[in-house]
Design a protein around this ligand. Structure first.
Ligand code: APR
Ligand code: PHB
Length: 390
């Protein structure tokens, strides 16, 4: 096969880029290891920045998000039995976020690729990247007994944290920065009415909790758990009981509970790989960086990479201008690191750290007290939560 841009990975990053480039007449081939059903079975976060939403509309993928997504102008932080509200609208001068599940968004992207007859190949094995520093890179993969070669001009590594693209960069070029947190999030999806019309982030001595939602009839809840716990350790009843204990009584009292339709544990990790370009390979999304989910930055950080990469590719193919491609790594990383900082800060603010000394706990309490005593601090949190400018 021959194409201009070979994209590895059919998560939101790869799908969005292939859709945007195809709309500009730039030919792409997308290679995804898993089946479409497998990709759509993964439950992930669901808070979108407006910059991301605009990019989805530009990709002709925003209709259902605009119909079914909910605008959220604030969220709550529950602590010490009280609920403090973060008014995003007030503190950003009119900005907000859209609550729309990543699973739904990925489905919309797959449907858009299908409508355009985009080349999306599922079930590829043993993907390998070759000759990345030459002007004729290529990708190989196995399809059953066959070995297939895709010749291209650029390779996009959008294959997530466990993909092959990042490890294809030589070790003496790649630098990795990482922090692993000593806990995970146990998440439950249930067909119940969300306990609150806005998200509730809860800080509690027993651990963090989050009340989120996918729609008015589908709730998503999380509790912080030790890394040694497994899903089997948590019956639905135990989950609801522990969630309620970490919330103010008035919230716990009105919580609708029901059977879980999905239950999983995700470890929390901060990770950045630099550079995000090696020769004609460009990394994007989780392939290059991971955040703990606390600040809802993961998907939005992926989207900002795609925005930079898309504009740079269009400049290259339409105007023979390579300035965007040359600046990609530096520009993307500058925003990535700000999302890292915010996610790290919000994680530290709200979780119970098993090894915290009493001094750390006092500072954590003071951080929260300062936040809700200062319009400047609230504005700083708000501008990060709705997304910094591209
Ligand atoms: N070959 C082909 N595809 C691969 C390979 C491989 N060797 N390894 C992984 N993949 C696929 C995965 O199956 C997955 O579908 O790449 C895709 C990567 O998708 P994501 O992990 O969803 O990463 P990305 O598209 O960057 O999405 C951004 O934001 O909120 C966060 O983690 C959340 O997934 C989300 C991410
Ligand atoms: C979610 O709904 O899954 C979600 C929302 C906000 C977060 C993290 C996860 O910060």
């Amino acid at each position: 096969m021959k194409t201009k841009v070979c994209i590895i990975g059919g998560g939101p990053s790869g799908l969005l880029l292939s859709q945007l480039l195809d709309l500009k007449g730039i030919d792409t081939v997308l290679l995804e290891k898993r089946t479409r059903d497998y990709v759509l079975g993964r439950i992930r976060a669901g808070v979108l920045e407006h910059g991301f939403a605009n990019l989805l509309r530009e990709a002709q993928c925003g209709d259902r998000m605009d119909r079914e997504g909910e605008i959220h102008e604030g969220f709550f932080i529950a602590h010490d039995g009280v609920m403090d509200r973060m008014d995003l609208d007030l503190h950003t001068g009119g900005d907000s976020v859209i609550v729309y599940g990543q699973t739904e968004l990925t489905r919309d992207l797959y449907e858009a690729r299908e409508r355009m007859n985009g080349t999306v190949i599922h079930g590829v094995d043993d993907v390998q990247l070759h000759e990345l520093t030459s002007d004729a890179p290529f990708v190989t993969y196995r399809d059953g007994e066959d070995s297939v070669r895709v010749d291209c001009e650029y390779v996009i590594g959008a294959d997530g944290f466990h993909g092959v693209s990042r490890p294809s960069i030589p070790a003496d070029v790649l630098r990795e920065y990482e922090r692993v947190y000593p806990f995970g999030w146990l998440g439950v999806l249930s067909e119940t009415k969300p306990v609150s019309p806005e998200l509730i982030y809860a800080k509690h001595e027993r651990g963090f909790a989050l009340c989120s939602m996918r729609s008015q009839v589908l709730s998503r809840y999380y509790i912080q758990v030790p890394l040694t716990d497994s899903v089997d350790d948590w019956s639905d009843d135990m989950f609801w009981e522990e969630l309620k204990r970490r919330l103010p009584a008035e919230v716990a009292d009105r919580m609708q509970t029901g059977p879980s339709i999905e239950k999983s544990i995700a470890p929390l990790r901060s990770f950045v790989a630099e550079p995000m370009r090696y020769g004609n390979l460009f990394l994007a999304g989780d392939a290059a960086h991971i955040v703990p989910p606390t600040g809802a930055r993961g998907l939005n950080s992926a989207a900002s990479d795609i925005q930079y990469l898309y504009r740079a590719m269009v400049d290259h193919y339409e105007n023979s201008d390579d300035a965007g491609l040359d600046a990609y790594s530096e520009k993307a990383l500058a925003r990535v690191w700000k999302a890292q900082r915010f996610s790290w800060w919000m994680t530290n603010l709200l979780h119970a750290f098993p090894d915290a000394i009493s001094y750390d706990q006092k500072l954590q309490e003071t951080d929260l007290a300062y936040l809700f005593s200062s319009d400047n601090a609230l504005a700083s949190m708000a501008e990060n939560y709705v997304g910094l400018p591209y």
